[in-house]
Ligand binder design. Structure first.
Ligand code: GDG
Length: 479
């Protein structure tokens, strides 16, 4: 049996619980099989990530945790700024979430991105065994397979994009889009969150690289045949239900239900990120209070916004904007005994989240664009099937392709979203039960194990032509 090697920007101690969808999902799938998890340590070293003499060689730190070996590298200040803050989070993240207005196409960023991908490839290569299956995750590492191939690596390599694939003309705004696309063809399988993402990718390579679509899941360009497909990521439903039944979640549930016994609770849980539609959500909540006076003194929005990427400029602005919007709504509508919005800019312990989900009558998951959104699935898993809360979900989250029984909204439409929140708050019990049952069945069927096993099965089934794998047509160079 081949060993699984996972590569992602950050790794996480599999025993710890982290905020962030990728870390949770990868940890859960890697724990099933064991293997190696390679990535950035999260540390920025003074002396840099490039090798500069034996004394300062930046070799991976190795640590064994249960059946998983973690191998992590430090980054230099320059690499952190250009690769991580720059290309990954000020080019790829905004553009892939359709925010060209927030992108900063500084040429230094692209160079840093390529340099760190080369570094990862160089440091990973000696740790690989011939039979290993390599699974690379997310937008930080698009060129990794091309770099590995250029160094002679012939292993099976799959790539999964956790964030949305933008439509062709948005992708085309990235000056290096041709290079990025070519790099993706160095993988054996590229997986996306949704059918919409697969369609965007196919259209992009058809129009930009004269690719030939051979079948629904096979596309040919750059003398390579690439397998593609939608593998919507899921959660470990039973594990989450267990977490919901544990002491800490129960205690959280009772505390919140007691504290808000006279209220109807609306809940948002997100990283503080401009893709999550937080200001638009607060506007929709304000509209609810203004259009439906019976909700005043009754509906309370708890918004958890876990701190995220605080050293990227756009995030500081969002933080200030949210502070002022929440302050204004509480000032304008609050009463001595009722605060409309509880805005918490802090991380909440994962063990307590299910209690909070279960105590809420409605979840507001209204990103402007999202690869999938695992909070939507966690909310469903945490509900009491006999009296479940209702999910209001953005049609622009990847999860909307699967979760049709939620109330789907356009988060840009303030009035429509307020109406949907009102509908959720007033929905009869039998309808809530029926919708919840359908949603729970679906997230159980397509859980995190289904996600990783179906992706890895497809990766193992790819028919490979060794001559093509060795082809140096893929050797990365810009454009
Ligand atoms: C990316 C894509 C895709 C949130 N706040 C706290 C906390 N969380 C946990 C949630 C959930 C995870 O973080 C967030 O996952 P999401 O899927 O919502 O979002 P991203 O972090 O943006 O993840 C996304 C995902 O990758 C997986 O492919 O779904 O579309 O953007 O598990 O529970 N956890 C803790 N405290 C918090 O305050 N402990």
């Amino acid at each position: 049996m081949s060993r699984l090697v996972v590569v992602s920007n950050r790794t996480a101690d599999p025993r710890n619980t982290a905020a962030g969808g990728l870390a949770v999902a990868v940890r859960e799938s890697l724990q099933q099989t064991g293997g190696l998890w390679f990535g950035w340590s999260g540390k920025v070293a003074e002396e840099g990530s490039e090798d500069r003499g034996a004394a300062r060689t930046n070799e991976p730190h190795l640590q064994t945790v249960g059946n998983v070996t973690l191998a992590t590298l430090d980054l230099s200040q320059e690499d952190h700024e250009t690769y991580y803050l720059g290309y990954a989070n000020a080019v790829l993240w905004p553009v892939f979430h359709y925010r060209l207005d927030l992108a900063n196409f500084d040429a230094r960023f692209a160079a840093g991105y390529r340099r760190v991908n080369q570094l990862f490839a160089r440091k990973l290569l000696p740790l690989l065994r011939p039979n290993d299956t390599i699974w690379v995750h997310d937008y930080h590492l698009i060129p990794l397979a091309a770099e590995l191939r250029a160094m002679g690596c012939r292993n099976r390599i799959g790539f999964f994009l956790h964030i949305p694939m933008p439509p062709p003309l948005i992708m085309a705004a990235i000056p290096e889009h041709g290079w990025l696309t070519r790099c993706l063809f160095a993988y054996d399988l590229v997986g996306f969150q949704s059918e919409a993402d697969v369609m965007h990718f196919s259209h992009h390579v058809e129009s930009e690289a004269w690719a030939q679509t051979l079948s629904r899941d096979c596309i040919r360009a750059f003398d390579r045949t690439l397998r593609i497909g939608a593998y919507p990521i899921g959660i470990d439903v039973d594990d989450f239900i267990r977490l919901a039944e544990a002491d800490e979640a129960r205690e959280m549930f009772s505390r919140i239900r007691d504290e808000y016994s006279r209220r109807r609770l609306l809940l948002g849980v997100d990283r503080l990120d401009y893709s999550k539609g937080l200001p638009q959500r607060v506007h929709a909540f304000r509209e609810l209070l203004e259009r439906y006076p019976e909700t005043r003194n009754l509906a309370t929005l708890i918004q958890i916004a876990a701190p995220s990427r605080e050293d990227v400029d756009a995030y500081g602005e969002l933080r200030r904007h949210m502070d002022s919007l929440c302050g204004a709504i509480n000032g304008d509508h609050g009463e001595l005994d009722w605060m409309p919005v509880r805005y918490i800019h802090r991380n909440i312990a994962r063990r307590r989240l299910p209690g909070l989900y279960r105590a809420s009558h409605v979840a507001l998951i209204t990103p402007l664009r999202d690869g999938m959104n695992l909070v939507a699935k966690e909310f469903i898993a945490a509900q009491d099937p006999a009296d479940p809360g209702m999910l209001v979900l953005s049609r622009f989250a990847g999860a909307a392709e699967q979760l049709k029984e939620a109330l789907l909204v356009n988060p840009y439409d303030t009035h429509g979203t307020a109406q949907a929140i009102h509908h959720a708050l007033t929905m009869p019990l039998d309808e809530r039960i029926n919708r919840h049952k359908a949603l729970l069945d679906r997230i159980r069927k397509f859980d995190v194990l289904w996600w990783s096993s179906s992706f890895l099965r497809a990766l193992h089934e790819v028919e490979r032509d060794d001559v093509e794998v060795a082809s140096d047509a893929l050797c990365p160079s810009y454009q």
